[in-house]
Write a new protein. Structure first.
Ligand code: BG6
Length: 460
């Protein structure tokens, strides 16, 4: 079968400001919550490598953009650092404006479209101390920051994104201890989630009111939920996982309202959320132009066996994870590889979300110890990564050929990068980064990707 993709398909790479730039304390950037956390508890970070240790995109962006061009990318989705652009929340940092304008201009000059995201987990430290997403003042500050970004870069950007994976800081920070504030509290989680959504819609509304050119969307990490069996209890559990981890953002951003089950949960558990009818109207009237989807793994779910759980673990009443014996695992990251999940997402968007234009904003394979796959000339022979992309793209192609409106695929990522709590443990790049020398070395997958982008089809 011919696996040709639509004309003008975006063959891109994804990354984020905080994971690439470095220059944490130069160029006028203020501290983020990650800089702060590393100072406080460096042992929480793999091999105690903090957010300063990057591939120095801040200084080397021109060379890196040439690498992207060399691998055939025609799109790059990345993010602006809030703490760099508005270090004190009010004064625009002209060095940051110069930097980002030059990045976006250089990308365009090299035939690469910038897709620009405003928030990738990097809460400015001063706002974290105001309560972060639990404080409505932070929502207002985000709206101001979004407006400044549109004003400074609107002539160079035609696709804007408000948030990357907004559920992740909620899940990891309020139901887990992997992001700050590292607490287990369902009420705080739901309030912070609600205000994150509100920040998103206020930015969308500001974008529309100031008549910016181009389009605005959001990036969600969708994890299709599959029940252990056809039993009603398991199906119900899978529905709860879907509602909480996918539809809690997907429905309001595309359909303009929350799923009914969210209201049910709030009532069942007596969760007290601050909201107004006016805000719900704002949500209704500011749906997105397009959707970005990060896809790495599905969620396997079974009915809960505990009715009695303590208040910190309310979700365990609704569903529990299930280890599918047939799962193909990425042994390095511990995530299941289930390529068909991408097809299921494509069909879900087609059938239940107005067939809204969408693109794969991240998909990729993190592998530990890639040096053992190097050939004599030092090139990583990452056949496993090529296979990973090819298999996902085969299912994506099927979704597109059945009518799903997908306009691009972005691999995470072009160059091995720093990542939150995993740092450089799992490498994702199509280029290897030698941390000590900062050398960039092409992997086999970069050659493969170039051919894919050039021909706009999977190899036969
Ligand atoms: C995505 C995030 O969910 O996963 C990225 O948007 C992150 O920021 C990527 O780097 C890979 O995560 P990890 O933990 O395997 O390095």
């Amino acid at each position: 079968m011919n696996h040709k993709f639509p004309d003008r398909f975006l063959w891109g790479t994804a990354a984020s400001g905080p994971q690439l730039e470095g220059a944490g304390s130069v160029g006028g950037k203020a501290m983020t919550v990650w800089d702060y956390w590393f100072l406080l508890e460096p042992e929480k970070f793999y091999q105690k490598i903090g957010p300063e240790v990057t591939s120095n995109f801040y200084d080397q962006y021109k060379e890196d953009i040439l690498l992207m061009k060399d691998a055939g990318f025609n799109s790059f989705r990345t993010s602006i650092s809030w703490a760099r652009l508005l270090p004190d929340g009010k004064t625009i940092n002209e060095e940051a404006v110069f930097f980002y304008r030059d990045v976006f201009t250089s990308l365009r000059e090299n035939g690469i479209e910038p897709i620009v995201n405003l928030y990738h987990f990097d809460m400015p430290y001063r706002l974290y101390f105001k309560g972060g997403w639990e404080n409505p003042e932070v929502v207002e500050e985000f709206k101001e920051y979004a407006q400044v970004s549109f004003d400074c870069f609107g002539d160079l950007v035609s696709r804007w994104v408000t948030f990357n994976e907004p559920i992740v800081p909620i899940e990891m920070g309020y139901l887990n201890d992997k992001h700050l504030p590292a607490v287990h509290n369902m009420t705080r989680a739901m309030q912070a989630g609600y205000y994150t959504l509100l920040a998103h819609v206020k930015a969308v509304s500001a974008f529309r009111q100031s008549k910016q050119q181009g389009e605005i969307g959001i990036i969600l990490n969708l994890t299709p939920s599959y029940p252990k069996s056809d039993r009603d209890e398991d199906k119900k559990a899978a529905n709860w996982a879907d509602v909480l981890f996918n539809r809690s953002f997907l429905d309001p951003v595309v359909l303009g309202h929350y799923p009914a089950e969210i209201k049910e949960l709030i009532q069942n558990e007596n969760i007290d959320i601050q909201y107004t009818e006016k805000e719900l109207d704002l949500i209704k009237n500011n749906t997105v132009d397009f959707l970005g989807v990060n896809y790495y793994q599905p969620r396997r779910v079974q009915a809960s066996r505990n009715e009695q759980v303590d208040s910190e673990k309310i979700l365990e009443k609704y569903f529990q994870p299930y280890e599918w014996p047939k799962a193909k695992m990425n042994p390095h990251r511990g995530w299941e590889i289930y390529e068909k999940g991408l097809y299921d997402i494509a069909i879900n968007i087609r059938d239940n979300y107005f067939n809204i234009p969408w693109y794969v904003a991240e998909n990729g394979m993190g592998v530990e110890g890639e040096e053992k796959f190097m050939n004599e000339s030092g090139e990583v022979q990452d056949n496993y990564r090529i296979e990973f992309m090819e298999d996902h793209l085969t299912w994506l192609h099927k979704g597109i050929s059945e009518g799903s409106n997908c306009f691009g695929y972005h691999v995470w990522t072009f160059l091995d990068n720093w990542s939150w709590l995993n740092e450089y443990k799992n490498r994702y790049g199509l280029f290897r980064l030698e941390l000590e020398t900062q050398e960039r070395v092409k992997k086999k997958s970069a050659y493969w990707f170039k051919q894919l982008a050039k021909t706009n089809q999977l190899p036969t």
